[in-house]
Structures are given as structure tokens and as C-alpha cells.
Design a protein around this ligand. Sequence first.
Ligand code: NAD
Ligand code: MG
Length: 394
Amino acid sequence: MKGICILGATGSIGVSTLDVVARHSNLYKVIALTANTNIDTLFQQCLEHRPEVVVVVNEAKAQVFEEQLKNTPIANIKVLSGAKALEQVATLDNVDSVMAAIVGAAGLLPSLAAAKAGKTILLANKEALVMSGAIFMQAVADSGAQLLPIDSEHNAIFQCMPAGYKTGMQAKQARRILLTASGGPFRETPVEQLVNVTPAQAVAHPNWDMGRKISVDSATMMNKGLEMIEACILFNMTPDQIQVVIHPQSVIHSMVDYVDGTVLAEMGNPDMRIPIAYSMAWPDRFDSGVEPLNIFDVGRMDFQEPDLERFPCLRLAYEAIAAGGIMPTVLNAANEIAVEAFLNEAVRFTDIPVIIEQCMKQFEAKVADTLEIILEADQQARLVSSQIIAEFTH
Ligand code: NAD
Ligand code: MG
């Protein structure tokens, strides 16, 4: 029986994780669940999964939640609040596996704490890895933690790696990664119409049902940019070894190209319970609840090269990793601020890459060899991009 802590339990990945956990209650026990503010969903999850402890980061909401628990069958659940408590629950002795599914930079410290504590980390929170790359991988290596990627592409790549492969290792026989992308909802929208895209249109992804931030990232293809950086870190490769491939059907979740000409692909329906179940059962497999792939319904698969003019965010991600140091952190922070502003209708869809590029220009790619430098760069880039937005004139 393994104990699991789910950071970001109330989000899209968190909900899918609990769906898989419920299918394997003989193998997994929920120890801790965390939420930022969504206490209604958390309450239902507590009734069903009976964790020992929960974190509600927002202190006012945590108080309301504690009141709600009184005189219910789940009154014994311990309620913690504040960001520091996330690190506390991610490192509890009876927690074996930590699902890192908080969105954005807010997930960095608890994910890193789990890495330092030698836990099995199921990593969905790509932003944490993009920010802290080498430091994160070093923490994993030092503690003997197990790092299993949840992002569907990286999970697919991991599944296509040679037997015995561990994340962070260099797989010499693998010469290239083919990182697939759906192309998002605006793959074929005339470029001049992108300026009018609304938040509702941007979050309506054709193939995957995800949180709002990653849905916008998919529409701008910043998601693929972050994933390209994530792939370089996880699989110890250089950016020129990663080819982004637009594959609108999202049936192939990514591929590995070997020196002998073999290309291995992992396929399945676009449902995050596949990578989640794979990582939870690893190195075995178990049922994920996902329907078998009907290859006849798929019928055909298409592949195209991405257009960096249509998707400037992808170009910016290549520039950030080429610059190195703190630049991926700056890219990520500026993107988080720009996407939030877009979702709040303060800027246009096409302003997102403009804000990020202007922000990146104001930073030098200082070496990112300590956590303090990374956190400082994150804060500074947030300030700078907020200023850029405040001064924006159309
Ligand atoms: P979501 O918005 O649906 O959920 C986010 C979760 O994080 C929620 O539980 C929320 O309470 C919590 N959270 C938000 N801000 C927080 C803060 N400041 N402090 C603490 N907790 C906070 O997001 P999601 O779609 O589930 O994505 C989660 C992560 O997984 C992201 O990094 C995303 O890139 C990655 N991911 C998601 C998918 C997907 O299909 N949804 C696929 C691949 C990777
Ligand atoms: Mg992905």
C-alpha cells in the first residue's frame, strides 16, 4: 500500500488522479490533498477519499473549510493553510508518491521539497522544472527520488526509452525526440484574426480537457515551448534534438528516434488518466479507466512542421533555452502574467508573445545555480511584465 499526496487535487490533473486512485484503493491510500481556494470540490474529495490532512492555501478559505468539517463524518481531517504547508504535506513520512499538479511557479517549492525528501514524484507541474531545471534534477539524483513525467508527451517519451532508463540519464542510442503538439484551436485560423480571439475561444481545446492556463498555453503554443525545455531537462538532450511536430489528432503522444532508424511512438486516446495510471503503476501497468483506442475511428494521422510566425511563443521558448541561466524562468513568469491578463481581458491574445518578448529583453541570462537566484528572477520578471502591461497602449 502506497501513500499519495496530491498537490493541486482540485484541478484537472488532480481530479483525474483521484479517478485513477479510486480504481486502485487496494494499492494507494490518499494521505494529503491540497487546494488553493476551491473548497467545495475539496470537500467532496474529502468525503470520498478520506485524507489524513488537507492544505487550503488561502487562509480565509481554510477557516471556512474547517467550520464546514465540524459535525460531519470527516471532522477528524487536519486542515492546514499557507504555502509553507504544501511543503510539509509533500514530505510526510507516510507519503510515498507526490502528484505535483499545482499550476505555475506556485508548485516549485513543494515539488522541490518532495524531490529532496526522496519521494516518487509524478510531475505534471512543468513550470517548476522549466524554472529550476538543473537544481531540480540534482535534488532528485542526490536524494534517490524517482521522477516520473505526467505531461502526456514526456510520459510517452519515457515509455519509449530503453529498458532501465531513468529520467535525467542520457540515452545514447536515442538521437532525437519527436514532440507532438495538437496545434491548439487556432492551428488554421487566419493569422490576422488571432487578434480578436476571446478567452472562451482560447480555452476551448479541440482534443484535451485541461485547466485554463495550460489551455491558453496550448493555443499560443507556449505549452509546447515549455515542454521542449522540459524535455531537454528530463531526457538530457539539447534543443536541436527535439523536433516539434504538429499532429492534430493527438493520438501519438510523442516519439523517440533511435540511431538505427527505429522510431518508437506511444499512442492512445487523449486522456490524462493514461500517463497518470502508467506512472502510478510503474514499472507495472494497471487499468486507467480509459477506453481502448479505436484505430478505425482515428482513420488517419497527419504531421506538419510548426509555423513560428503563427506561434511566436514557441520561438521565444527556443530563445530562452538558448540563452540559458535565468531566461527560462523569466519566460515562464512573463507568460504566467501575460496569460492571466489575457484571461482577465486586460490584453489581447496576440499581446501575449509581445509582453513576454519585451520582458525577456530586460533581463540578462544570469547563471541560475541557486534557488534564491531563480526565485528572485521569477519575482522580477513578474514585476517587469506587469509594468509592461500597465503601460500597454493599442
Ligand atoms: P488547473 O488550473 O485545473 O488546477 C490547478 C491546481 O493548482 C488546482 O488544484 C489549484 O487549487 C492549484 N493552485 C492554483 N494556484 C495555486 C497556488 N498559488 N498555490 C497552491 N495551489 C494552487 O490546472 P491543471 O490543468 O490541472 O494543470 C496542473 C499542472 O499540470 C500544470 O502545470 C499543467 O501545465 C500541467 N499539465 C496539465 C495537463 C492537463 O491535461 N490538465 C496536461 C499536462 C500537464
Ligand atoms: Mg503536454
